[in-house]
Write a protein that binds this ligand. Structure first.
Ligand code: COA
Length: 170
């Protein structure tokens, strides 16, 4: 078993996390959205400068999980628009490392951070056709709050469920 480490992402790790995101997105979203939409969304969400700017702002938090010294999973979260809610914006595990509990471990960090900030709910958006992730989120205790279709420009839409999980006392 390789040693597992969870910790906040460092600014200089933005490129490595962006490269990991591309691997996971190709594996996950091929067959769900077009290659053009994958490329567009990766460019929007994983530019190293944008990621570093978010880190520097102190308003966006990133956690990485390392196995054997290599980043194999990450999470990103920030305060949502609704008071008392944290948004789990990203949760991605390398395809070769999925179903080992890494997603659950990252989620545990995010939930603890959300509780520390007084949040009572963790919410997220997940593509309606991403059945694997929906199954994982249901296992983690999330339920569907609503269905949303959001125009993200360039002729693309995000066709998502909003899911939420109440954060009880631990
Ligand atoms: C979804 C994801 C984050 C879950 O993380 P993970 O480390 O693979 O999952 P865990 O080991 O924590 O599993 C938790 C539970 O979720 C469920 N689950 C996870 N992957 C599943 C799959 N492929 N099919 C069905 N259920 C699944 C299972 O109930 C699992 O528990 P079990 O293995 O004891 O049965 C990860 O698989 C992933 O990165 N998927 C691709 C990217 C993605 O879709 N991210 C979410 C975008 S919104």
């Amino acid at each position: 078993m390789s040693k597992i480490e969870l910790r906040p992402m460092q600014a200089e790790e933005a490129e490595a996390v962006a490269a990991l995101a591309r691997v996971v997105w190709q594996d996950t979203y091929r067959g769900i959205i077009s290659q053009a939409q994958i490329d567009t969304m990766l460019a929007q969400r994983y530019s190293a400068e944008w990621m570093r700017a978010g880190l520097a702002s102190g308003d966006v938090w990133w956690e990485v999980l390392l196995a054997g010294g290599e980043i194999v999973a990450f999470a990103c979260y920030f305060l949502a628009c609704r008071p008392g809610e944290m948004k789990l914006d990203k949760l991605y595990v390398h395809p070769a490392h999925q179903r080992r509990g890494y997603g659950a471990r990252l989620l545990g960090r995010v939930e603890a951070a959300a509780r520390d900030q007084g949040c009572r709910t963790l919410m997220l958006a997940v593509n309606k056709r991403n059945l694997q992730a929906i199954a994982a989120y249901e296992k983690y205790g999330f339920t569907v709050r609503e269905a949303v279709v959001q125009d993200i420009g360039g002729g693309f839409v995000m066709d998502d469920y909003i899911m939420e999980k109440p954060l009880g006392e631990t």
